[in-house]
Ligand binder design. Structure first.
Ligand SMILES: *Cc1c(COP(=O)(O)O)cnc(C)c1O
Length: 381
């Protein structure tokens, strides 16, 4: 076979290139009109009141925990089956990471396991929850909000995998990932393997003006010209907090705008690909289940197999570069070294022993996908 098939890849077309070239020749390279335009279009896309562009989602998660007021030693719950940054952001603020287990069929943070963990501790023990829309499957945040409200917790939705996905709540309302109806903040990534490619980039969404103001301040050094204590003249500004430089550039935002415009089409194609896989594997291979009323944005297509390493090697020998998502976060040496070696997360570890992500991206052709399916079935049989 001549072609090489990765598990994911970006889709950059001529209109994307034109948009970036045009912005490079305009007045602003950073903090110009394209940033604002991207933020406004993104907020409208997910249906949130506010969106704030950042230089990547890891920075965005960092700002999010700070905006929620996380302090040293405070405890936050997240899932072990995610990219490390979902947990690392808690450590950036010197907080404690607590893992609840995943659901064995959706692979998402289990509400039951989270409730059990919370109820095993005194009131006030935890401050927040960071659920993840893993693989693009939107987590039911209505259930998490109820639990969070009972215990006075905030929720940061790590929606890095799921722009364009939604779940349906008990009032039959469709909730786009990151719409802020149930979570305090939504976090998106524009890394090239994700849906919308900016090279590096991220977006934070919220419905709270107060949180938005705090996030904006922290994104730019904690410096502001609004709500100042003094004013010495036109040049005057104040640094009111210890903030960062987590800004996105104008030319990356220009790319984000054209990429966002194609996202619905891309997610549709991802769902076509997913349906092809499901049709071929139904009854033979376990794949991520889809709760009723939920639209999976399909960053990934994950299957489970007993001989995962052999399948991984077999596919590679045929130029199919499948990937594993993820090594459980508590198994990473950093977390092992700070005391997670006894963590008892049975579903997460069982999942990790079997999971493998097959190629999933809009430009994957039917011919390429058929080749992947044939090779997987050949291996399984
Ligand atoms: C990619 C990813 C991140 C980090 O995104 P960056 O933009 O690369 O910093 C965080 N959480 C999840 C679930 C991710 O997949």
């Amino acid at each position: 076979m001549a072609f090489k098939i990765p598990y994911g890849r970006q889709n950059i077309e001529q209109d994307d290139i034109n948009a970036v070239l045009k912005t490079l020749q305009a007045d602003f390279l950073t903090q110009g009109p394209k940033v604002k335009e991207f933020e406004e279009k993104f907020a409208a896309y997910v249906g949130a009141n506010y969106a704030l562009a950042v230089n990547n989602a890891t920075s965005g998660l960092h700002l999010s925990v700070l905006a929620m007021g996380l302090k040293e030693g405070e405890r936050v719950i997240t899932t072990p089956i995610t990219f490390a940054a979902s947990a690392n952001c808690i450590r950036f603020a010197n907080g404690e990471v607590w893992f609840a287990d995943i659901d064995p069929d959706t692979y998402l943070l289990s509400i039951e396991s989270t409730r059990k963990l919370i109820e095993s501790k005194p009131k006030g023990f935890f401050k927040g929850i960071i659920p993840v829309d893993f693989a693009g499957l939107p987590i039911n945040l209505e259930a998490f909000r109820e639990l969070a409200d009972e215990h006075n917790l905030w929720i940061i939705e790590d929606a890095c995998h799921a722009p364009g996905g939604y779940f349906t709540d008990s009032k039959n309302t469709i909730n786009n990932c990151g719409n802020g109806n149930y979570a305090d903040i939504g976090v998106f990534s524009f890394h090239p393997v994700k849906h919308i490619a900016c090279g590096e980039g991220g977006m934070l969404t919220t419905n709270s003006k107060e949180i938005y103001t705090k996030l904006s301040l922290l994104r730019t050094h904690g410096i502001t010209k609004e709500n100042m204590i003094e004013n010495h003249g036109g040049w005057y500004y104040e640094m009111q907090e210890l903030g960062f430089n987590y800004r996105l550039t104008d030319f990356q935002s220009a790319l984000g705008i054209t990429q966002l415009a194609k996202n619905n089409k891309g997610v549709q194609r991802r769902n076509e690909i997913s349906n092809n896989y499901k049709k071929a594997f139904q009854g033979k291979i376990k794949f991520q289940s889809l709760p009723k009323g939920t639209y999976n944005a399909h960053h990934l297509f994950v299957i489970e197999t007993e001989n995962r390493k052999d399948l991984y090697d077999f596919l590679r020998s045929h130029n199919i570069f499948a990937q594993i998502h993820y090594i459980p976060v508590h198994k990473l040496p950093y977390y092992q070294n700070i005391g997670y070696s006894n963590a008892n997360l049975v579903n997460a570890e069982n999942y990790y022993s079997k999971c493998i992500s097959l190629p999933m991206y809009p430009s994957l052709s039917n011919e390429e996908q058929k080749f992947v399916i044939d090779k997987v079935l050949e291996f399984i049989n």
